[in-house]
Design a protein around this ligand. Structure first.
Ligand code: C5P
Length: 222
């Protein structure tokens, strides 16, 4: 495909979501939050009482996922079978189930075409773990966004506090480390930088600094 794609992969909490949204807005490109599809599959499984190790059933759920993304300005409503679930899919519980479901090869295969369908003119910013290594191997620019686990825990802590949620920094750090271990050690599509990805460590960078750098890197490709 000649439609440009910018892939942004990396561990949870590195700022991929925020950065991807901002750069997509700035470029006027479409946005794929691939984690959202894994979260929706997990939520559908929880709602239908499907066991999280029933690979065949989960793949079937992923294939038939009835989702709709309704873009309204800066916010995108996420609907699962007509229900707004934008808040619910962001919970730790659903995130944890998503990372289990995402370890199953049949589920990943089931979601492959759905992800590729997001590649529409004038371009796509794709955020996830395997955007550059599996889903869009021919991407225009591949970024691997990282930050230290401590910094990612700190960012999450501040985010939760701002939202009025009680949290402990040390337990957030433990959760982040557990999620990292699961995402990097799984046998299918493990979290790893593509050979041709550019690694960007955001530990001491601000959000606008990262967005500026990405725009510059993309301009060099064009
Ligand atoms: O990015 P987010 O935290 O929303 O992703 C939820 C989970 O989905 C991750 O922990 C990861 O296990 C999985 N995931 C994945 N491949 C992607 C995106 C997310 O395996 N491309």
């Amino acid at each position: 495909s000649s439609i440009p794609v910018l892939t942004i992969d990396g561990p949870g909490g590195a700022g991929k979501g925020t950065i991807s949204r901002l750069i997509a807005e700035r470029l006027g490109w479409h946005l794929l939050d691939s984690g959202c599809l894994y979260r929706l599959t997990a939520l559908a499984a929880l709602r239908k009482n499907v066991a999280l190790d029933d690979e065949a059933m989960l793949a079937q759920l992923a294939t038939g996922l009835d989702v709709e993304f309704r873009v309204a300005g800066a916010v995108t409503a996420v609907l699962l079978e007509g229900d707004e679930v934008g808040q619910e899919i962001r919970t730790e519980k659903v995130g944890d189930c998503a990372s289990r479901v995402a370890a199953l090869p049949a589920v990943r295969t089931a979601l492959l075409q759905r992800q590729r369908d997001f590649r529409l003119s004038p371009g796509l910013v794709a955020d996830g773990r395997d955007m550059g290594t599996v889903v869009f191997t021919d991407a225009t620019l591949k970024i691997f966004l990282t930050a230290s686990a401590e910094e990612r825990a700190r960012r999450r802590y501040l985010q939760l506090r701002e939202a009025g949620v009680d949290a402990s920094l040390s337990s957030l750090l433990r959760e982040i480390q557990a999620r990292d271990a699961r995402d990097t050690q799984r046998s299918v599509a493990p979290l790893v930088a593509a050979d041709d990805a550019i690694e960007l460590d955001t530990t001491s960078l601000s959000i606008p600094e990262v967005v500026d750098q990405l725009e510059e890197l993309l301009a060099q490709k064009g």
